[in-house]
Design a protein around this ligand. Structure first.
Ligand SMILES: Nc1nc2c(ncn2[C@@H]2O[C@H](COP(=O)(O)OP(=O)(O)OP(=O)(O)O)[C@@H](O)[C@H]2O)c(=O)[nH]1
Ligand SMILES: *[C@@H]1O[C@H](CO)[C@@H](O)[C@H](O)[C@H]1NC(C)=O
Length: 474
């Protein structure tokens, strides 16, 4: 009896294991959500094998990942304020899985706060909001798709060097933070213990308050943790970004090396170069000697479409003001919210979700205002000319062709849109940044005042000291 049981045992175990495995496969396969997680996990951990994956899925950034890991500041032997005696701050309360520009705002301001506090900023990957990710779901290689920060932007915010005479410690990666700041050496600061004191304060006071906390703390390693009960537990939260309280931060923030040394990434810059054919003016020879540089003849216009129709209606309802740097009163086309005046909803929607006639009209008016501004006392516009229009948009339908026809009919000799860009896999992954860089370089920009996508272009153009007449809103 005893012996027979022992003899059966290995076989019984095998049979039971095989049955369990079969049951697992059947249960996982039958449930679509589980099936998705299984496939995505398989892709993430096993199938994501590097450059040989040419099936049209998202890029793996194998080389860029290796480069980020090997940044020169990732070195324990470096002298203070870097290396094993250096001072660091990681913002684990940074928002994730949201549109790029809502995240970008915050990343930049946190990096500026780290800078003024004499601590190295810990940069992190960008985690996509699912609806904006460029790749079809069946091609995803992780449950929450993400992109290395250095694929999107370059500069001190992403670990690039500061100016030669600046002793600031360079930003490090999340992975290096785990090496240089082991868990037992970290001080955790919960936002609940810091934010209430400056809950409704002007932006500059929020910065100064946190700066004091981070500078005074004797600990080398600080990790900021968001309060669980606070739905907006960011250091610089949505309430601040959507309010004029923000604008008091401008002098400090715009003069920071985080802002001044911020550029597009090499991947993005190359995408713009590769597509510069599109901006070559195609019309007849100008009637007067005009600039040769194509970008100086481009008017770029951001049309926030798709999900924005519903979003605009929602914002109309709560009468919301412009977002972030779009709020500057010295920019033309200010939006003054009108509580309950007759027809105010229509006026709001006409600006947030403009139709084709309005778009055509706004492009022409922005061009004419710019040329009038460029004109000398003789009424001549010098060599200024705007004959190229670029429409940056998340609109993917044939509506774009209707708009292109209307713009051509109105006299724009060269019309290009986001749909015309030719991009490889890495450039496709960061196409929002490609569009933003084109809009940064264009001579005139027209955006949507409620959009954070627009506001970060406005920010870059203001840092570049562009004339306000070249920064417009529909
Ligand atoms: N390539 C490209 N993508 C765009 C454009 N407009 C919107 N998108 C995509 O949609 C996302 C919009 O999210 P954000 O960047 O946070 O900007 P936002 O306009 O404030 O939108 P919400 O965050 O949804 O309010 C972008 O990050 C892009 O992924 C565009 O003109 N070109
Ligand atoms: C790390 O820093 C030390 C001190 O500056 C330097 O001598 C060493 O070469 C660095 N190591 C690497 C791998 O760069």
């Amino acid at each position: 009896m005893r012996l027979a049981f022992l003899r059966c045992r290995p076989r019984c175990v095998l049979v039971v294991a095989a049955l369990l495995l079969a049951a697992l496969v059947i249960v996982t396969g039958a449930h679509p959500k589980l099936r998705h997680i299984a496939r995505v996990s398989y892709n993430y951990y096993i199938a994501d094998g590097g450059p040989w994956r040419t099936d049209g899925g998202p890029p793996t950034y194998t080389a860029l990942r290796r480069w980020e890991a090997a940044l020169p500041q990732h070195n324990l032997s470096l002298p203070f304020p870097e290396g094993k005696t250096g001072r660091y701050v990681k913002f684990s309360n940074q928002i994730r899985v949201l549109g790029w520009n809502n995240c970008f705002n915050e990343v930049l301001m946190n990096a500026h706060l780290a800078y003024v506090s004499g601590r190295a900023y810990v940069f992190q990957d960008y985690y996509w909001s699912h609806e904006h990710y460029q790749w079809p779901k069946e091609k995803w290689v992780s449950v929450d798709p993400r992109t290395p920060l250095n694929a999107i932007v370059s500069g001190p915010v992403a670990g690039g060097p500061f100016e030669p005479d600046d002793p600031a410690p360079r930003a490090i990666s999340e992975a290096w933070f785990d090496v240089v700041c082991p868990l037992r050496e970290r001080r955790y600061i919960n936002t609940r213990d810091v934010k209430p004191a400056v809950a409704q304060a002007p932006g500059i006071e929020v910065l100064r308050h946190w700066q004091e906390v981070l500078s005074d703390a004797p600990e080398r390693c600080i990790e900021i943790i968001g309060a669980e009960e606070d739905a907006f537990s960011q250091t610089f939260d949505l309430g601040l970004w959507g309010s004029p309280r923000l604008l008091t931060l401008w002098d400090s923030f715009s003069e920071s090396p985080i802002s001044r040394l911020l550029t597009a990434s090499p991947i993005v810059n190359l995408a713009v170069e590769r597509n510069s054919y599109l901006f070559l003016p195609r019309g007849q020879r100008p009637l007067y000697p005009a600039r040769r540089d194509s970008f100086r003849r481009v008017l770029a216009m951001h049309l926030r479409r798709g999900d924005y129709e519903g979003h605009c209606r929602g914002m109309t309802y709560i009468n919301i003001v412009f977002y972030s740097w779009n709020l500057f009163p010295h920019l033309p086309d200010r939006f003054i919210s009108e509580p309950d005046a007759p027809g105010k909803d229509e006026r709001f929607l006409a600006r947030c979700w403009p139709d084709i006639p309005r778009i055509v009209q706004k492009a022409a008016a922005s061009r004419d205002d710019y040329l009038a501004h460029a004109a000398g006392p003789d009424g001549m516009a010098g060599d200024a000319l705007l004959d190229v229009i670029y429409i940056l948009t998340n609109e993917k339908s044939a509506w774009i062709n209707e708009l292109k026809d209307a713009l051509r009919t109105d006299g724009w000799a060269t019309v290009a849109t986001s749909q015309d860009l030719v991009l490889d896999a890495e450039q496709t992954d960061v196409s929002m940044a490609v569009d933003m860089e084109i809009a940064r370089r264009a001579e005139v920009f027209v955006g949507n005042g409620w959009s954070s996508f627009t506001s970060n272009i406005v920010y870059e153009r203001l840092v570049d000291k562009r004339d306000p007449i070249t920064i417009r809103f529909t």
